[in-house]
Design a protein around this ligand. Structure first.
Ligand code: SAM
Length: 278
């Protein structure tokens, strides 16, 4: 019936709970995607109620993801990507951004929401260098032991670990840094760690996005830049360091950076950075 199937696909038979919103599907709804259900659209509306520009916040994060991948593939010469919390396929995905620059680039998508696997498989049918698995950041050993991960990625060579748009802000009570450390410890020297997160510099919009997350999903905390920097495990950040994603251009470190006051409040929510493991 209306509201229990994704828009445009009335024959869809999900094998997961669609009565509760999930962040993958709420984010898809905010990005204007079709792989979401009624409960997710309610969740997206809660975000829009608290932060009317929440869709733009999602799009900005997504644009930052693409810029980060382009930096990694072009400037850093990275040809392997482990993208944790990859989300549903959308306009431009990590493998598309990377393979535009290096057609041989390998990408493993990891998400704990099974809908990502369901939709990812269709997307990846024609792409042998790219795969998707259902696994959880909170169990990094399982990710490292996964046959599919080992088939596609060579842990003896540098890779980029991506924890973009999920890391700390959907995990309040646990040990996000330890999970990431376990993964980074398994990577070769010359690898990179790419993170985006909700920042908290004391602005009302930032608190508003946290309220939206807590009301719709029960999580989605904002964190100070100092705390976000700790997620990089002490590894040095490449220029321009950690900054609001809307003015963060790692491929163009000499670009004029707009003053904070030139950014709209919604552009001062999501922060991004890439660190290097020597
Ligand atoms: N990385 C994409 C981006 O930035 O556009 C998607 C971000 S989306 C807001 C967060 C994604 O992380 C969702 O697809 C969600 O299912 C996934 N996720 C949340 N917690 C996770 C966990 N513990 N392990 C793996 N994936 C997780």
């Amino acid at each position: 019936t209306e509201g229990t199937t994704p828009v445009g696909d009335p024959g869809y038979k999900p094998d997961f709970d669609i009565s509760q919103p999930t962040i993958a599907r709420v984010y898809d709804a905010l990005l204007g995607g079709k792989d979401n259900f009624a409960a997710d659209r309610v969740g997206a509306d809660i975000y829009l109620k608290h932060v009317p520009e929440a869709g733009k916040v999602a799009l900005d994060n997504r644009a930052g993801l693409v810029r980060g991948v382009q930096y990694l593939a072009r400037k850093a010469g990275i040809d392997q990507f482990l993208d944790i919390g990859s989300g549903l396929p959308t306009v431009k995905n990590t493998h598309e951004a990377a393979q535009e620059i290096n057609p041989d680039a390998k990408v493993v998508y990891v998400d704990n929401d099974p809908i990502v696997l369901a939709h990812g498989r269709a997307l990846l049918a024609t792409n042998e260098s790219t795969t998707v698995i259902t696994a959880d950041l909170r169990r990094p050993e399982e990710i490292l032991a996964d046959d599919e991960v080992r088939r596609v990625l060579d842990f003896d060579r540098p890779m980029a670990l991506m924890v973009v748009g999920l890391h700390m802000h959907f995990h309040d009570d646990e040990q996000p840094d330890e999970w990431v450390r376990t993964l980074m410890d398994a990577t070769a020297p010359g690898s990179y760690l790419f993170i985006t997160d909700f920042g908290d510099t004391g602005e009302p919009h930032q608190k508003a996005i946290e309220r939206a997350g807590l009301e719709s999903l029960g999580n989605g905390w904002v964190r100070t830049p100092e705390r976000i920097e700790q997620h990089f495990l002490g590894l040095p950040l490449i220029p321009p360091g950690l900054d609001f994603v809307s003015r963060w251009f790692p491929e163009e470190p000499d670009r004029r950076v707009p003053e904070l006051t030139e950014l709209e409040p919604y552009q001062r929510i999501m922060m991004a950075g890439i660190a290097y493991k020597a």
